[in-house]
Design a protein around this ligand. Structure first.
Ligand SMILES: O=C(O)CCC(=O)C(=O)O
Ligand SMILES: [Mn+2]
Length: 197
């Protein structure tokens, strides 16, 4: 694994990808501690009046009062752990942003995933900077433009120890997803650091 920064050239958005942002030793250590120390839950959402468990484990950490609202859920943040503070400081240095919250997702295997969405909740402000850290199995992160159907889907393999930064107007014009797969694959943890206003 090598450290490399790539500017992903997309219209109407700004996406930067740092491969090997955390080295192998750090990535392994951080993944193992996150598995143990994070209070993972599997939330339920209500779609057309039916309750569904979301296909992954998740957790919400952050500064006091920075609640997260999605699909009718309101999540109170848990208090930052030592590992989360370590990861947050590292990415704040490169992004020049202070993050006050973090959504964690634990994809246990290929049956876990996340459907097409935008991170455009009004609590995130107009053009949010979202810093996404991955540990474990690499999964394709796909982006599709919302109005311009001529643009091809963008596929970025989010590898172990990588950091992806979405900024500018990305959340207005693009949706993103982590597709499920029938392949036998290992587990993956993703952390998206955000600033809730
Ligand atoms: O797991 C990922 O890489 C994507 C996570 C994501 O889109 C989110 O937490 O909003
Ligand atoms: Mn997202």
């Amino acid at each position: 694994m090598f450290n490399e920064t790539l500017d992903i050239k997309i219209p109407d958005g700004k996406v930067t990808f740092h491969q090997g942002f955390f080295n192998l030793e750090e990535s392994h250590r951080l993944m193992q501690s996150l598995i143990k120390t994070i209070e993972w839950t599997q939330d339920e959402v209500v779609v057309y009046g039916k309750r569904h468990k979301i296909p992954r484990l998740n957790a919400w950490y952050g500064d006091d009062g920075k609640v997260m609202k999605y699909s009718g859920l309101t999540l109170e943040p848990k208090q930052w752990t030592k590992e989360l503070i370590e990861i947050k400081s590292r990415i704040e240095k490169v992004t020049g942003t202070n993050f006050n919250s973090c959504l964690l997702n634990y994809y246990r295997d290929g049956k876990d995933g996340m459907g097409w969405h935008q991170d455009n909740e009004k609590e995130l402000g107009k053009n949010p900077i979202i810093a996404s850290v991955t540990f474990g199995e690499a999964r394709p992160f796909q982006l599709k433009h919302i109005s311009n159907k001529k643009l091809k889907k963008v596929d970025i393999p989010l590898s172990n120890g990588s950091l992806l930064i979405m900024a500018g107007e990305t959340q207005h014009h693009w949706k993103h997803q982590i597709p499920k797969t029938t392949k036998q694959i290992g587990e993956r943890i993703n952390l998206t650091f955000r600033t809730i206003i």
